[in-house]
Design a protein around this ligand. Structure first.
Ligand SMILES: Cc1ncc(COP(=O)(O)O)c(C=O)c1O
Length: 425
């Protein structure tokens, strides 16, 4: 019975093109990934600055492993706090220009642990509707009343704040949002949100997972870029994206950090992250906040302008709509040598499945130009109205021919084709 239930659930996901599968991959250069023997240009990584394979970052991890062992052996509050953890927390606090920072095993653990600890059943949490799952889970786990406001809609946020103040006059109100949104790549109207927060006496938790390394002075994030850091109570981030390592953090006042070290269950009841990841993140922070980091950010902006100069960060979504179609296009790209993931519900709302292109400072212009050309070719005629039917094949340079529901390369040997909503693909 139990196995049958599991299989039926998986079949149901399969029928809706929503089943996911684990793939073993190896990515060593930051720009290529090998999956099932095929080496692909990697546009799926959040290693935005290319630091995961940076010599100094890797060496720091190796040294820390030799010095401190492969695992910390206990939770942070028992004997798991080693010098790389303490050094990283000090560096993170300096980087975020806060009094203190607390390291967690992952960004998810940081968000879930912080929200669960900070809010309780008498409180209210107002979240942007497109907030990452870990923020939603933290809000749920806290037991607080929580409501989502329409994405980046400060009028609706104001409405919810007014409602919360009237209905729960004693409640502490938390506003939770991301600065750069993980699946849309757009940014929050942070100045307005901070103003609203102060008007209503609320607390703001800001997830800068996709902004750290990419935006702000030295890659400190959007809050820093807008000069708002010291008006935000809870700064959250991950070390697993632009900082090339793994782990997550909360930064803020010393009191906030001490409180979380005593109350955040995902911190207290979990083995400390290995010293190697903390040391790697420290090395990455040094690079990120220095001149090399500035060069990498400039390069990222240069690359972004090839795809869409209006996008503020490294994430470029290509909205497709239908989950099945998104999978088909991702598969077409894979055959052409590009790994661009299809993002489907529940990661994004129903009907907004997409290809998500993530850029890294170490990507190559020519490769990105090819990808941009292919993506433009993939826009169905009805969507773009501007697609040039005589576009040159991005693979072999021969002419492309438009047919009823596909674009096909004229070369007999190339095989490049893009099919739109056709079952024959
Ligand atoms: C916006 C956002 N917040 C938090 C996380 C969680 O971070 P981690 O991967 O370190 O658990 C992610 C990861 O995808 C994210 O995109």
């Amino acid at each position: 019975m139990f196995e049958k239930f599991l299989q039926q659930s998986l079949d149901d996901l399969e029928n809706r093109s929503l089943r996911r599968r684990l793939r073993v991959s190896s990515a060593t250069t930051g720009t290529s990934v090998t999956i099932a023997g095929q080496t692909l240009h990697n546009f799926a990584s959040n290693d935005y600055l290319g630091l995961a394979s940076h010599h100094d970052v890797v060496e720091a991890a190796v040294r820390a492993t030799r010095d401190h062992g492969a695992g910390a052996g206990a939770s942070r509050l028992i004997t798991g706090t080693q010098s790389p953890h303490a050094q990283l927390e000090e560096k993170l606090a300096m980087f975020k220009r806060t009094e203190a920072a607390l390291l967690f095993g992952s960004g998810t653990a940081a968000s879930v642990g912080a929200l669960q600890a900070l809010a309780g059943k008498d409180d209210v949490i107002l979240l942007d509707r497109l907030s990452h799952a870990c923020l939603v889970d933290g809000a749920r786990l806290s037991g607080a009343v929580y409501r989502a406001f329409a994405h980046n809609n400060t009028a609706e946020l104001r409405h919810h704040l007014r409602w919360a103040r009237e209905k729960y006059p004693q409640a502490r109100i938390f506003i939770v949002t991301e600065s750069v949104f993980s699946m849309d790549g757009d940014i929050a109207p942070l100045r307005d949100i901070v103003d609203l927060k102060e008007e209503f006496g609320a607390v703001l938790m800001l997830d800068e997972a996709h902004a750290v390394g990419v935006l702000g002075h030295g890659g400190r994030g959007l809050a820093d870029q807008l000069g708002l850091s010291n008006r935000i109570e809870v700064h959250m981030g991950t070390l697993g994206k632009a900082l090339g390592s793994s782990g997550g953090y909360i930064a803020g006042t010393r009191t906030l950090v001490d409180f979380l070290a005593n109350r955040a269950r995902s911190f207290i009841f979990s083995t400390a992250p290995p010293a190697s990841t903390a040391a790697a993140a420290s090395a990455a922070l040094e690079i990120c906040s220095g001149e090399d980091g500035d060069r990498r950010r400039a390069r990222l902006r240069q690359l972004a302008s090839i795809l869409d100069p209006s996008m503020p960060a490294a994430i470029h979504p290509v909205i497709v709509g239908d989950a099945d179609e998104a999978l088909r296009r991702a598969e077409a790209l894979r055959r052409l040598g590009f790994f661009v993931p299809a993002i489907r519900p529940p990661t994004v709302p129903k009907g907004t499945s997409r290809l998500r292109v993530s850029l890294s400072a170490v990507h190559d212009d020519a490769v990105l130009n090819s990808l941009a050309q292919i993506l433009r070719g993939m826009q169905p005629v009805a969507d773009s109205g501007t697609r040039d039917p005589d576009t040159v094949c991005p693979v072999c340079g021969a002419a492309l021919v438009s047919e009823k529901c596909k674009v096909v390369c004229r070369s007999a040997t190339c095989g490049y084709r893009i099919v739109f909503n056709c079952s024959e693909f």
